[in-house]
Design a protein around this ligand. Structure first.
Ligand code: UGA
Length: 468
């Protein structure tokens, strides 16, 4: 199918690359001239595993092109709106980019188009979109509006696209539903070759949930809010474990074994970040308030999350007493591994807090240093974890990059001023660290335990879905 994507951000570009990979003909529009020029030259504006290869391959095959919004409107029978919905000062989502795109579509499009909102939006945005299209539309234009929220996670977005838990579509006509089924047919029929696992075709029987547009929009916000709530919940449990002498790893395992609770998203740490959870929580609270629904519950989730960094600094202060003049290594800057995204990353507020107390920061991240330099120009960026550890009073692990496992702790011990590792993600196994004389401080009472940090890595696909 000829499909257009408007907006080449994380969501738009990943969707464009993945849909092209399944055989659709994709035209992706980007309004930022610099970004567009980069894309047309074959470069991606951000790092996402497997995306670069997939985009290059499909451009070469003629299945993926980049250009203007106008051309996208002319080309696609279905048009995905993937433009940004950044937070306004009051926490609400700024929908002005969506509105601008709607007006351009309404004035320019000829014949039938399915307009699909994929950006994360508050409930009733679809109805507003319909109104805006109706008010501005030219005579020859006919359309349906649908909502199709994305559930991709940065760092594993390509894999998530080919192995979705569910595909949710909010529609108000059988025609719109049929078109969306056609778009996702390769995934629904288990015929899409996932570029992440060679020979893997996903699985048949992915749940295709059809709802009205309001419900689809709510599913997205409610999902992210619920996940954020799980994280803040386990973070409070971690605090209680520390105070009461329990082990949060075991508590998380014990409660996660109940299928009604589930094991994932119970990893305590220095807090959630990224462009989705913090902004979506706020937007959800605001939109709920507009409908006279008091979501103080989620305000608390946000507050707990914001306090994680200060609590971590407090623990560091307990170890080092005075922070002024102390050298601190920060391992990991991105808000999570396998991405260069530092938006709302705990590392940024942590470093700011440490700097304000007079600490000296030596940071290392495998992918996010270029982006971090724009936010934090006045710290030292290092070439590897060892360089970052030189002469420091403490190493703070903030992002659980795989690279931080299997390091040479004997070498590290010879480099540091004081062998103290504070693990903000409970990621490193204490065994070999402790044997090199390092003191290990984790989250939630797991220090001084031989198997500290050895939580099972989350599996994103069940083994039976990988048909080789
Ligand atoms: C999140 C959702 O997981 C996706 O389903 C959704 O599509 C996406 O937002 C979005 O709205 O676009 P993402 O922001 O990429 O995806 O990141 P997650 O993997 O969900 O992690 C978010 C944050 O929570 C990270 O900082 C991570 O370190 C933290 N986290 C996650 C924890 O602290 N503990 C956990 O157990 C899990």
């Amino acid at each position: 199918m000829d499909i257009s994507i408007i907006g080449a951000g994380y969501v738009g570009l990943t969707t464009a690359g993945c849909l092209a990979e399944t055989g659709h003909k994709i035209f992706c529009a980007e309004s930022d001239a610099k970004k567009l020029a980069k894309l047309q030259a074959g470069e991606l504006p951000f790092f996402e595993p497997h995306l670069q290869e997939m985009v290059s391959r499909n451009r070469a095959a003629g299945l993926l092109e980049f250009g203007s919004t106008e051309e996208a409107i002319d080309r696609g029978q279905a048009i995905f709106i993937c433009v940004g919905t950044p937070p306004l000062k009051n926490g609400e989502a700024d929908l002005s980019y969506i509105e601008a795109v709607a007006r351009t579509i309404a004035k320019r499009a000829k014949g039938y188009r399915l307009i699909i909102e994929k950006s994360t939006v508050p409930v009733q945005t679809g109805s507003q979109l319909r109104k805006s299209l109706a008010q501005n539309k030219n005579r020859d234009f006919d359309y349906d509006v649908a909502s199709n929220p994305e559930f991709l996670r940065e760092g594993s977005a390509v894999e998530n696209f080919f192995h979705p838990d569910r595909i949710v579509v909010g529609v108000d006509s059988p025609k719109a539903e049929k078109l969306l089924r056609d778009i996702y047919a390769p995934m629904l029929e288990g015929k899409a070759f996932c570029p992440v696992h060679t020979g893997c075709r996903g699985r048949k029987g992915v749940r295709f949930l059809v709802t009205d547009t309001n419900s689809a929009e709510l599913i997205k916000h409610a999902s992210n809010s619920f996940l954020a709530m799980k994280i803040s919940f386990i973070n409070l449990i971690a605090d209680l474990c520390e105070a009461a002498g329990a082990d949060v790893t075991k508590v998380a395992e014990g409660i996660g074994l109940d299928p009604r609770i589930g094991a994932s998203f119970l990893q305590p740490g220095i807090g959630f970040g990224g462009f989705c959870f913090p902004k979506d929580l706020q937007a959800f609270v605001r939109i709920a308030a507009r409908f006279n629904c008091n979501f103080a519950l989620l305000e608390e989730v946000e507050k707990i999350n914001l306090s994680r960094v200060s609590r971590f600094v407090e623990k560091l202060r307990n170890e080092l007493w005075v922070l002024r003049g102390k050298k601190i290594a920060i391992w990991g800057l991105s808000f999570k591994p396998d991405t260069d995204d530092i938006r709302f990353a705990p590392s940024i507020s942590l470093i700011r807090e440490l700097l304000s107390e007079g600490a000296i920061i030596q940071a290392y991240d495998p992918a996010a240093m270029e982006k971090a330099k724009e936010e934090l120009p006045n710290i030292t960026y290092c070439n590897d974890p060892y360089e970052a550890a030189k002469d420091v009073d403490a190493i703070l692990l903030v992002t659980e990059w795989k690279e931080f496992r299997g390091l040479d702790w004997t070498r590290l011990a010879s480099l540091v001023e004081r062998p103290l590792l504070m693990d903000g993600r409970n990621f490193l196994c204490e065994e070999n660290i402790a044997s090199q004389g390092f003191e290990y401080v984790g989250i939630g009472g797991i220090s001084d335990r031989p198997d500290a940090g050895s939580m099972v890595d989350e599996l994103t696909i069940a083994p039976e879905t990988v048909a080789v």
